[in-house]
Design a protein around this ligand. Structure first.
Ligand SMILES: [Fe+2]
Ligand SMILES: [Fe+2]
Length: 138
């Protein structure tokens, strides 16, 4: 999985966190392709969870601080991601993890960045809460 400019929301801190998450997807895909042992794979998924939780907490704090009107539905999507990741980790323990199981999350994430995250960052920018550090792709 590779970072693409169309994923950029235009604020460096957030884009850097998104890139870190995309990198972890790559690491996990490789681990599955190379049929790594379940404990190693579980550990890598746990890293993805840590990064995602940290990143979601930042986004949700910004939403609360600035009274973003779609806060609840956005946070609900974050919970959905973490729930799916939970299920995936359990699958790992029964050694049934396949590319298909990770594919769901690997497709979900770019879509989330391009729609909900971009919308939320646009709100912050429009309300003068953050500065655009670079223009997002059209
Ligand atoms: Fe988000
Ligand atoms: Fe995000």
């Amino acid at each position: 999985m590779q970072w693409m400019e169309e994923y950029a929301v235009g604020v460096d801190e957030i884009d850097e966190q998104h890139k870190g998450i995309i990198d972890l997807f790559t690491v996990i895909n490789t681990a599955i392709a190379q049929r790594e042992g379940w404990a190693d794979l579980f550990f890598k998924l746990e890293k993805l969870r840590e990064h995602a939780r940290f990143h979601f907490a930042i986004e949700e704090s910004l939403m609360r601080m600035h009274s973003y009107p779609k806060h609840a539905e956005h946070a609900e999507q974050h919970r959905h991601f973490l729930d799916k990741l939970d299920q995936l980790q359990m699958t790992t323990l029964s050694r049934q993890v396949t590319m298909n199981t990770i594919d769901y999350l690997a497709n979900w994430y770019p879509e989330h960045m391009k729609t909900l995250d971009r919308d939320f960052v646009r709100y912050l920018i429009d309300h003068g809460k953050v500065n655009l550090t670079h223009p997002p792709a059209a």
